[in-house]
Structures are given as C-alpha cells and as structure tokens.
Ligand binder design. Structure first.
Ligand SMILES: Nc1nc2c(c(=O)[nH]1)N[C@H]1C(S)=C(S)[C@@H](COP(=O)(O)OP(=O)(O)OC[C@H]3O[C@@H](n4cnc5c(=O)[nH]c(N)nc54)[C@H](O)[C@@H]3O)O[C@H]1N2
Ligand SMILES: Nc1nc2c(c(=O)[nH]1)N[C@H]1C(S)=C(S)[C@@H](COP(=O)(O)OP(=O)(O)OC[C@H]3O[C@@H](n4cnc5c(=O)[nH]c(N)nc54)[C@H](O)[C@@H]3O)O[C@H]1N2
Ligand code: SF4
Ligand SMILES: [Mo]
Length: 777
C-alpha cells in the first residue's frame, strides 16, 4: 500500500456494497459492523459479519473502512471460534457448594435479577451504596455502560479496576498530557482523514520514537500498529526505546534497550541535549509555551554521562536519538504502557510531553495530534455520576492520586484503598463486589494472593463474563453470561470516529452489557433508567451530550457519513481548543505548559525528575546480589488480550505456553535450555513459565507474560491461575509520585529450572489456595 491513492482507486466499492449496512450474499446475510468486545481489544475495527440461519459463520475485515482498511488481527479473524466456544457461560448460575468448589445451579434471569437486586438494596439500606464496589476491566466496550450502572443504578462512588494498583495503565498518560497541552495526543498517522495517507494536508512523520509500546501487537488507545508500518513505507524513521528487540527495534535507526523503569532519566537527558545543542523550536517555545526557563534549568541536572549510567545505555546512542528526533520535522512519539508500569510515571509522562512541546511537534501534520471524542460526546467512565448523591460521592475511597482521581475522564476510586478497606473494614465496611469484565485474579490484581484473601471477605460477589473465569470459580456467588461483540447492539465512542456495533446472533441466554445494564438499572433506579431495551439506552447515550445529530439506527445504517474526526491542524492558532474561543491551548495559562500548573495543583513537582525503581541494583543492592535479574512483565502477544482466549485452540496452537524471554547468556548461566520450564522467584513468591531464548533482549532483563490461566486444567484447580502468574511477585500499595504508577515492569527476580518431582512438589496454585499463600515478611 505504498501508494495509497492507487490503492484507494483500486477498491471495487460496489463489490463491498458501499453505503449499505446489510445485504444478502448467496445464503449469507452480511452485516457491516464494528467489533469491539468481547472478545477484547481497545479498538474497534470495521468488520463484515457473515451469518446464516442466525449463526455467525465468517468474519472479514471491511475494506471500505478507512480505520482498518480491511485488515484484522488474528483475534478478530478468529471470532467464530470464540463465539461458538462450548466453555462459554450459557445461563445465569448461583453457587450451591462452598466458594471455590465450583458447584452451581442454573437459575433464570428473573431469579438472578431478583436475587441480586435484593442484595444491592439490602447493602444500600444497611451499609450505604458505598459498601458495594463496582469492578470492570480495561477499556473494553464497557467504558460508559458499566459506570452508568454503578453510578446511576447502584449509586456507589466506588468504581474501580480492582486491585490494579497505581492507576497503572493509560490514565496517567491522559491526565499528564492534559496537564501539559490541555488535551490528549496521538501520533498523526492520518486517521482523522477519511482518505487517510492520500490526504493532501497530511504528511508522514519523519521520525517516530516507539517508546515502551508495541503497537503491532497491542493496537492500544486509538492507534493501530499497521498505520505506523504504512508511515515507514513512506519514509518514517524509527527510534525504539525497549529492553526487548521488538519488530520496531529491529527496524530502528537507534534501538535503546533501556534498563526497565529508568525512562524518565532518558527523556530528561534528551531534553537536556536538545536544549543544550539548541535543537529546539524557538518560535514555538517563545510564542506558545510556559515554563521553558524552569525546565531548561532542571534538565541541566541530567548530563548525558549521568543518564547513560542510570539507564545503562551508551551516551552516544542517547545523543544520536535526541538529535535524530529533534532534527526531524515533523516527529512524534508513540508511547505505551511502560510509562505507567514504573514508579517515575508522572515525571516520565511530563518529560515526554515536554519533548513534543519544545520541538514544536504538537498538532502539526505528522506530529502529535490533539484529539477529542467524536461529536464532543464525552461521557465515559463518569457516565451517570450525576445520579450519585453528593454526600455518597464524597465517600469515594480516594488515595493520593489527586490528579487522576479528580479528573472527569476516569473518576475512579483508588484500588489500593479499596483493598485495604476490604481487609480492614476501614474507613467503612465493604460488603459486595460487582465484577463485570474483569478476571481479577488472573490479570489485573497486583499481589494476586493478597487480592484473593481480600475478596474472600466480601459477603456477596457477582461475576458477569462471557466465560467461567478462575476469578468466578474462586469467589463468585452468582455468575451471569455476557454476550460477545456480534451478540450486542452497541456504540463505540472513544476518540473517533463514532461507530455502531450490531447484534447478528445469540448464544443461549447470554445478554450484552447494554441489556444487563438496562435490566438492572430499571429495577434498581427506574428514574435514571427510563429505557425499555438496549437500543433505548443507546439512543439516550448518543443524544445526552455532544452534538451527534442522529439516533443509533442512523449510526449503524450510515456509519460512513459519520466520520467526525476534527481534521484541523494547529487548532491552538485557530481558537478551536478553548471554551472561551481564544487562541491557545486548553490550559490555565493558555500556553503549552512545560511546567504545568495542574501538576502543582495535584501537589506534584511540575518539573520532571528520575526516581529509581523501588527494587534494583541501585536501590536494593543486597537484594540484587541474590536476585540478579530485572523482571519486566506483560509484553503483549498477538494471540491474547490479557487473560482472554486461553481456551481457544487456534490461539493455543500458535502460543501453547506462557513464555519467559531471556538472553542466551542468562539461560546458560542458570543451566536453562530453550523450551524448559523455569521458576521465576522473588522473596514474595514464585511462578513458572517456559524459556524462550533470544539475543534480542537486554541481558540484565527477563520478560514474563501476564494473564495466564489454563482452561484445560479444569475448574477444580481453579485452572491453575497462580501457577504462571507474575502477579504473585508484584505488590499493591507501592506506587509512584502522587500515588500513580506501579513497578510492574521493573522488579527483581532469580530463575532456576523446574525439576519434576524435585522442586515442583507444590504448585503455586496449591500454595495459594490450600496453604494460604507464599511465606514472606
Ligand atoms: N494483543 C493484545 N493487545 C492489547 C492487550 C493485550 O493483552 N493483548 N492489552 C491492552 C492494554 S490494557 C494495554 S494497557 C496495552 C498495552 O500495550 P503496550 O503499550 O504495547 O504494552 P506492553 O506490550 O505491555 O509493553 C510495551 C513494550 O514495553 C517494553 N518494556 C517493558 N519494560 C519497559 C521499560 O521499563 N521501559 C521501556 N521503555 N519499555 C519497557 C516491553 O518489552 C514491550 O515491548 O495493550 C492493549 N492491547
Ligand atoms: N504483570 C502484569 N499484570 C498486568 C499487566 C502487565 O502488563 N503485567 N497489564 C495490566 C493492564 S495494563 C490491565 S489494563 C489489566 C487488565 O485486566 P482486565 O481488564 O481485568 O483483564 P482480564 O483479566 O483479561 O479480564 C477481562 C474479562 O472480561 C471479559 N470480557 C471481555 N470482553 C467483555 C465485554 O465486552 N463485556 C464483559 N462483561 N466482559 C468482557 C473476559 O472474558 C475476561 O474474563 O491487567 C493488568 N495486569
Ligand atoms: S485491533 Fe485487532 S483485535 Fe482489535 S478490533 Fe481491530 S482487528 Fe480486532
Ligand atoms: Mo491496560
């Protein structure tokens, strides 16, 4: 697709029924839709769903959809296997044995509604709505639906991604970016133009730093990795900051295999080089920024030799990267999860937003585009919060994370404070957990064994999921079957464009999240839920704020007319960013704040600095002597979305086991061969994965996968959920500046071979479930 114009003109639009949302193709009904979740992803690509007699038979990418150009990842291509999977939950069920025994009795939805509503009303009346915690997972297609149920239906202020300490995903990048430039920014890979790469105004970035992110695999946060591949075909050069040799590192001008958790030092060092060598954009800095002098003074504290020492990177490579980035026009930074999964999180986000600022790469073609949500419809995780009475809202379990918790995008309670409250009953008792779209024990729970003990103290736990997860088996009192993407009518509204998702099939008694929200909402608080069905809810959502002109069926039938990207560049010069219509950025000073006032308001240092990881060669040398490897975790893979898809044969054929990646020298030093099972241990516990050897990794570092459980082991052993779980080693309540960030990608460990019958007599799952966890101080 190097010549995109040629590609566009080559598409047979008639063949793909341009302008139609549904048609007949032989024996198939074809529906033009978007797949969001379940199965999960952060994006929502255009799909053509082929059904016959109400059954989904085939899925193809929609070639007319400029968002994904007909391309699909293996997870969407494999949708039929997921939708048809026999392990799916078919009916609501209530627990009849002890918790964890996996004894269930089928009940009807009416019984489930009655039972659950009775519990909710009981706890509300006796302990207040705040005694009920609403839990969801990462941004699947639940990001306004479940908050609406929790805020307006239950009216609890305690909504959370449970046990996921330090808001350690995405949110800090959103609020940090907002503090600096008033908005969120993404790499401008032309997505705001329906004609994409052929657009006359657009330009490919000359250089992109792919930083702590692997967008080909993760496609996270409104950005598809293949857009960047397309840019590379048009000349974009890559700098990769990653301890692993990723696809990007292998094609980079400069690969910086950084010591995990030291990225802030690198970013500040680059700022220093760029300012010292006078490579910054004087015009932009003078006219549009605030705080340059202070920033310039701070970054002087990070000369390149010091940064080289902290990061373990050669000084020349750091200089080369800084110069290449600063001299490229335009340039951009594709940042990722490694930003939050380290203690320096808020400083790192700031330093990198400053790098964009001083080089003048903000809101220019091929730079970092300032983005908002389609049609300014901005209700997401705060949806329905106006229905929570103020005196109840004031009881939200907040921690130190002021900037994050008080922002209007994700007004979540602090999961560490919830964890403590579950354990201690303070500041007030928590009684009920409503878990919908999270397999907490397998994936988000930092210190998973501790999380299990805390959950056991809850009186009533509901889990709503498409599958019977280990979390459901371990602690649920009732489980509800959730419909998958092709089984729900829905709306995708996160950045742009606004997209509709159509229901084309039904699995037993599973219900989509919208249906579940409406059914419970109208029973729990009818005033806030004057809806008959899912489509009523969607119509309300689409028109409650913002300026979307139609209803839900308009959206699904005329999706192609609703490509509402705000394609303007340099919006700050045009008075398009501020409510007062003045020129400038949507910040208190109207400037791009290199030293943001918001940080000061949140009681954070408004200038970036480096914090050493809480454990490592520098902070804890004695521990390092015994645990000499740095453990980073969670690098994404094509086959899985977090803990999902472990039951799908196709995925397991490609990726049968959890893999721990290590340098051959590390393997040799520890007597480990390719493909052998390896214990990964710290003083807090251990887990096992299979060795994958490659010279493409910083030899100080090993990388373990996250989210593993083993459906094939069956529910009796809770699917072996702790056996390969790196979150036996991670900790809750260890967070960075302002209570934000968590060192999930920079811990210490040692490794040794699993020897059958010798050192594997007790599995981690048995250790946690039967013996009460790992013994540690
Ligand atoms: N297929 C798939 N896609 C997903 C997900 C999934 O589970 N599967 N999860 C979704 C979610 S919720 C998220 S948050 C995103 C995350 O997606 P990404 O941002 O891509 O996150 P990761 O793959 O965890 O890590 C990115 C890279 O950071 C590197 N890394 C590790 N430690 C460090 C460090 O200290 N510094 C630097 N600079 N790099 C480091 C890793 O080697 C890895 O290549 O993906 C989303 N998309
Ligand atoms: N060690 C380590 N741990 C990590 C990470 C890491 O990098 N390293 N990454 C962390 C990150 S960034 C995140 S965001 C968390 C993610 O943690 P979670 O988002 O909680 O992910 P899962 O545990 O996979 O749980 C999601 C569940 O939702 C179900 N589901 C999927 N789609 C839908 C839907 O549309 N509706 C409903 N109701 N259910 C659905 C799935 O079947 C699955 O059981 O994990 C974190 N855990
Ligand atoms: S990015 Fe991949 S998994 Fe996500 S919706 Fe698109 S094709 Fe599906
Ligand atoms: Mo995430």
């Amino acid at each position: 697709m190097a010549d995109y114009k040629e590609y566009l003109s080559g598409i047979n639009r008639e063949l793909y029924h341009e302008g139609e949302w549904q048609w007949q193709e032989g024996e198939y009904t074809v529906t033009r839709s978007h797949q969001y979740t379940a199965p999960g992803c952060h994006n929502s690509c255009g799909v053509l769903l082929y059904t016959k007699d109400g059954k989904l038979e085939k899925v193809e990418g929609d070639p007319l959809n400029p968002f994904n150009n007909g391309k699909l990842c293996m997870r969407c291509l494999n949708l039929v296997e997921a939708v048809d999977h026999p392990d799916r939950l078919k009916y609501p069920m209530k627990r009849v044995g002890e918790r964890g025994e996996n004894k269930w009795q089928r009940i009807s939805w009416d019984e489930a509604y009655a039972m659950i509503c009775e519990k909710v009303n009981y706890y509300k009346k006796n302990f207040g709505p705040e005694s009920i915690v609403g839990v969801h997972g990462t941004g699947r297609n639940i990001n306004w639906q479940l908050p609406m149920l929790f805020n307006a239906g239950i009216q609890t202020p305690n909504i959370s991604t449970l046990f996921f300490s330090g808001f350690a995903c995405y949110l800090p990048r959103i609020v940090g970016s907002t503090a600096v430039n008033g908005d969120f920014m993404i790499v401008d890979a032309s997505v705001q133009h329906p004609d994409r790469y052929a657009n006359a105004e657009w330009q490919a970035p000359e250089c992109v730093i792919v930083w702590g992110n692997d967008p080909l695999k993760s496609n996270a946060d409104g950005f598809l990795g293949h857009w960047l591949v397309q840019c590379m075909q048009m000349g974009t050069k890559i700098i990769s900051v990653d301890p692993r040799l990723t696809w990007w590192s292998a094609r980079a001008e400069v690969w910086l295999p950084i010591r995990p958790g030291t990225d802030a030092a690198l970013a500040i060092g680059m700022l220093n080089i760029i300012i010292e060598e006078d490579l910054y954009d004087h015009d932009f800095v003078e006219n549009w920024t605030y705080g340059f002098e202070e920033l310039a003074a701070r970054v002087k504290e990070y000369p390149v030799a010091k940064v080289a020492e902290i990061t373990g990177l050669p000084a020349e490579k750091i200089q080369k990267a800084a110069r290449l980035f600063a001299q490229a026009k335009p340039a951009a930074i594709q940042w990722g999860l490694a930003f939050e999964q380290q203690i320096s999180c808020m400083s790192l986000v700031l330093a990198v937003a400053d790098l964009i600022g001083i080089t003048g790469n903000i809101d220019v073609p091929g730079g970092m585009l300032l983005v908002r949500h389609a049609f300014n419809a901005h209700r997401h995780y705060n949806c329905g919060s106006e229905f929570t009475p103020p005196e109840v809202a004031a009881k939200k379990l907040n921690g130190a994370a002021k900037g994050v918790a008080e922002n209007s995008i994700v007004p979540h309670a602090d999961s560490d404070v919830i964890l403590r409250a579950m354990e201690t009953g303070k500041p007030y008792p928590l009684k009920m957990l409503w878990v919908q779209s999270s397999n907490s024990l397998a994936c988000p729970a930092m210190d998973a064994p501790r999380a299990l003990e805390a959950m056991k103290k809850m009186e009533f736990i509901l889990v709503a999921d498409p599958f019977l997860t280990p979390t459901a088996v371990a602690v649920a009192d009732i489980v509800l079957p959730v419909g998958m993407g092709p089984e729900r009518n829905s709306v995708r509204n996160w950045w742009t464009p606004m997209r509709a998702q159509s229901k084309v099939c039904q699995y037993y008694e599973a219900k989509g999240d919208e249906e579940i929200v409406v059914e419970f909402g109208k029973r729990l608080n009818p005033e806030a839920f004057p809806f008959e069905n899912d489509v009523d809810l969607l119509n309300w959502y689409l028109t409650m704020d913002g300026d979307y002109p139609g209803n839900w069926s308009d959206l699904r039938e005329k999706t192609w007319e609703y490509w509402d990207w705000d394609a303007a560049y340099r919006k700050y010069e045009k008075g398009m960013l501020r409510e007062d219509g003045e020129m400038g950025f949507n910040t208190p000073t109207g400037k791009l704040e290199l030293a943001p006032l918001m940080y000061m308001q949140w009681e954070l240092d408004p200038l970036p600095f480096h914090i050493e990881p809480p454990e490592g060669p520098v902070t804890t040398p004695e521990l390092y002597a015994e645990y000499p490897l740095i453990l980073t975790t969670g690098a994404r893979s094509y086959e899985f979305f977090h803990s999902e898809h472990r039951q799908l044969p196709t995925m397991r054929e490609f990726h049968p086991d959890p893999l721990v990646t290590m340098h051959p020298e590390v393997a040799a030093a520890n007597g480990i061969k390719e493909g052998e099972w390896v214990w990964i241990e710290s003083p807090r516990g251990r887990f096992k994965q299979k060795a994958y050897l490659t010279p493409g990794i910083n030899p100080q570092v090993i990388n373990a996968e996250h989210g593993w459980w083993f459906p094939e082991q069956g529910p009796e052993n809770w699917f072996g959920v702790f056996d390969s779980n790196p979150n036996n080693l991670t900790r809750a309540e260890v967070t960075g500046q302002g209570g934000i960030g968590s060192p999930i990608k920079s811990m210490l460990c040692k490794i040794y071979k699993v020897e059958e019958g010798v050192n594997d007599l007790i599995s981690p799952t048995e250790q946690v479930v039967k013996l009460g966890g790992f013994k540690h101080g």
